[in-house]
Design a protein around this ligand. Structure first.
Ligand code: SAM
Length: 264
């Protein structure tokens, strides 16, 4: 590890010791018979503890120069499989085909430069994840947990809240990492909701949400010009909003109902 050159381009900030991984394990409450997906095992400090507390770990690491370090650090574990590849390029469903498990968790200290693409990929892959426990930059955590009418509320907030109940677990100081990043981090838990609102056409819902937030300073009428505005207004009125309202005012249920009304 001494000679290892950290690569900024891969968002490599490794946890210095085992105390944060232990805390992550404590809060994750991993049930028996769980497969855990980890994105970016780095030198394996979290990976080890995940392996100690779950049935199996499937990890994705883009940096092949970590293979030697990981082989050494994880030599005594038989329940860890590492795929050396870019997680964003993988067919996750295909990768999961050979695993038997009752619960699926994603637990990771995410590479910050692709936090949102990673979470969107998990959502869009259609796999049923029971819980996601991830370390993200503090500001990003605020965005994911934002409520309507706040500055941080955006399309990713709506998507994540569609599937998950999101909670902030604890803050991790920048001093816990090597090399030391410029910002503090937060551990979030995203627990799959028991009741997920019915969306008739998910790709329409997804496009509608993205388009609504496309230009943050524009109102819904301007961002959604190409849609049937009469149908949109019908729903908005019901909830006391107008076409002059902005996307950041609308709660999840309103987006769902607009999308369902448009696909009628
Ligand atoms: N889990 C380790 C820890 O907590 O010490 C390392 C976390 S570090 C913030 C992020 C890790 O993600 C690095 O090991 C990096 O090489 C890896 N990574 C970056 N981009 C990736 C990608 N597209 N697919 C898979 N792994 C990636």
């Amino acid at each position: 590890m001494e000679q290892f050159q950290f690569k900024k381009k891969f968002g490599q900030n490794f946890l210095k010791d085992d105390s944060i991984p232990s805390k992550i394990i404590f809060y994750s409450q991993i049930p028996e018979d769980t497969l855990v997906i980890e994105i970016g095992p780095g030198a394996g400090s979290l990976t080890k503890q995940l392996a100690n507390h779950s049935k199996q770990v499937l990890a994705y690491e883009i940096d092949t120069s970590l293979e030697e370090v990981l082989d050494q650090n994880l030599v005594s574990y038989s329940n860890i499989q590492i795929i050396y590849d870019d997680f964003l390029q993988r067919n996750i469903r295909e990768d999961l085909k050979d695993f038997q498990y009752k619960h699926l968790y994603v637990i990771a200290n995410l590479p910050y430069y692709i936090t949102t693409p990673i979470l969107m990929k998990i959502i869009e892959s259609g796999i049923i994840v029971d819980k996601i426990v991830v370390m993200v930059q503090k500001e990003v955590g605020d965005r994911f947990c934002a409520k309507p009418k706040s500055r941080n509320y955006g399309s990713i907030t709506v998507f994540l809240n569609y599937y998950f109940e999101i909670n902030k677990l604890f803050v991790v100081s920048r001093n816990c990492f090597i090399p030391k990043p410029n910002v503090d981090s937060v551990i979030l838990s995203l627990t799959r909701k028991e009741e997920i609102l019915h969306v008739t056409d998910f790709s329409l819902f997804s496009k509608l949400v993205r388009d609504s937030f496309q230009y943050k300073r524009k109102n819904l009428r301007n961002n959604l010009k190409s849609y049937n505005l009469v149908k949109i207004e019908e729903v908005l009125r019901k909830y006391n909003y107008q076409l002059t309202s902005r996307a950041e005012e609308l709660p999840l249920e309103v987006f769902v109902e607009i999308s369902n009304n448009l696909s009628k």
